[in-house]
Write a protein that binds this ligand. Structure first.
Ligand code: CMP
Length: 143
């Protein structure tokens, strides 16, 4: 079954939006298989955002993601990678549709509340970067 990596960023945690954000993926029907509140090391942040290393916002992005706790999650379900991206909304909250997480709660591209893997390959890489195998729980909803 498909899995994706999602992280509620420091702004989402500080604004007490953790429950609201998790609710959106649960009520959609996806299954939570990994969850931890954690402080992010600079090494992890720089690896995770390595593709943006040459961008002018890279240093600020790493500073921000390491500034306060993050909620790291793995969600499972059919089509979860693309569906989660829709639930999250466009990267810049000013362009995100109302009804999406970023559209409903954000206005700033650097404070866009949540990260979601953008494709199957990155989802696999990010799940294994952030979680050990034994931190993931294999279970199926009964209904
Ligand atoms: P995310 O989905 O976590 O992936 C890369 C992040 O870089 C993105 O969300 C934004 O938070 C951040 N980002 C992208 N563009 C900019 C920008 N112009 N200024 C600051 N941060 C940005």
């Amino acid at each position: 079954m498909e899995r994706t990596f999602l992280a509620i960023k420091p702004d989402g945690v500080q604004r007490k939006l953790v429950g609201e954000i998790i609710r959106r993926f649960e009520t959609k029907g996806f299954t939570l298989v990994g969850l931890k509140l954690m402080n992010v090391s600079r090494e992890l942040a720089e690896t995770h955002y390595g593709v943006h290393r040459e961008r002018p916002f890279f240093a600020g992005l790493v500073d921000f993601i390491t500034s306060a706790p993050v909620v790291a999650m793995v969600w499972e379900g059919e089509g979860v990678i693309a569906s989660a991206r829709k639930i999250i909304g466009a990267t810049n909250p000013l362009n995100s549709e109302p009804g999406t997480i970023r559209g409903d709660f954000g206005v700033n591209v650097g404070r866009n509340l949540i990260h979601g893997s953008d494709a199957p390959e990155t989802a696999q890489q990010e799940v294994s970067l952030w979680f050990k195998d034994e931190e993931l729980v294999n279970w199926q909803p009964a209904l």
